[in-house]
Design a protein around this ligand. Structure first.
Ligand code: SF4
Length: 311
């Protein structure tokens, strides 16, 4: 288990990341999908079989210290892949509850949600944020490129059985002629939102590709279009829709030694490209700008569309 951040999240405020998966050396992720827009790149391990990876006492010690130092708004299971691939997710949530009352969220790609054990693990969190990018199997396959056997129907069925608070998040984008932001795709998504909401009330987080994606062809939708689609969905479904808006990240004042600062920065950027402004609100070190420019010179980081990413 790796603790990273807090990440500045437009949905959750300062969100302290907990990665229960951590990609193997030489790979950028372990996931059941390979989404066309994935910010972690496409050098991943694709797998569908979840397994138990134990939560150590030392992991909880690290987490406790970081919670105390950073006072996050949420503790969020996310990171280099699909958190539900680790069957210890529920155990991790219970252990975290013993050390803090900060709410626990999980970002899931919903791909294993038809498994009872996975749903139990998700129900151990305060908030499940489940990804749905397409309303049809053919678009789902083109966008999320799931492992064999994962279908949108199974995902929807599984989501309707979640008992804890739930939100559905959709990332709207285009990549050449492929898009999930045209009329036809939005109608398909609306059907899915309605179906899930009838069984299990949700709210919708509507995002767009605003950080560097795995391919330069991936483009986000404009601010106006995102707003217009959010209004349409709200009108046709009656569901609360929160859409992405640029915001000023809340500061986390944290003073670290030089080595710890480097490690923390690396763990953050491995999982989430960040702008200089975002990074400088994460660490109170005066030399953070110097560290970033040295890391670029030493070819450990690069800047892409104003975001620092790992090389
Ligand atoms: S689900 Fe997330 S981590 Fe997995 S491929 Fe898609 S964007 Fe990347």
């Amino acid at each position: 288990m790796i603790v990273y951040g807090p990440v500045p999240s437009w949905r959750l405020g300062n969100s302290l990341g907990v990665d229960l998966i951590e990609a193997r050396k030489g790979f950028s992720k372990s996931c059941t999908f390979d989404c066309i827009y994935c910010q972690l790149g496409h050098k991943g391990i694709r797998k569908v079989k979840p397994k138990k990876m134990p939560i150590l006492r030392s992991d909880i010690v690290v987490l406790t210290k970081r919670v105390r130092e950073t006072k996050p708004d949420y503790i969020t299971f996310s990171g280099q892949g699909e958190p539900t691939l680790n069957l210890s997710l529920g155990d991790a949530a219970q252990k975290i509850r013993k050390i803090t009352d900060v709410p626990i969220a999980v970002l899931t790609y919903s791909s294993l949600i038809n498994l009872r054990k996975v749903r139990e693990n998700l129900n151990a969190c305060d908030l499940v944020i489940a990804k749905i990018d397409a309303g049809t199997q053919s678009l789902f396959k083109k966008i999320n490129r799931p492992c064999k056997g994962i279908t949108i129907t199974k995902i929807i069925q599984g989501l309707t059985k979640i008992k804890t608070k739930m939100a559905v998040q959709t990332l709207l984008f285009s990549c050449g002629r492929l898009t999930n932001a045209d009329d036809k795709a939005i109608k398909g998504l609306i059907k899915v939102y309605k179906k899930i909401n009838a069984a299990k009330p949700i709210r919708i987080f509507l995002g767009t590709a605003y950080r560097p994606a795995g391919s330069d062809k991936v483009k986000g939708v404009s601010k106006d279009k995102l707003k217009k689609i959010a209004l349409q969905i709200r009108k046709e479904t009656g569901i609360t829709v929160v859409h992405y808006e640029q915001h000023d990240p809340k500061s986390v004042s944290r003073k670290l030694g030089p080595e710890e600062l480097k490690d923390n920065l690396l763990e953050l950027l491995k999982r989430r490209p960040c702008t200089e402004k975002e990074i400088s609100t994460r660490f109170s070190d005066k030399d953070i700008k110097g560290l970033l420019s040295r890391s670029v010179e030493q070819k450990r980081l690069k800047i892409k569309d104003n975001f620092y990413v790992l090389r």
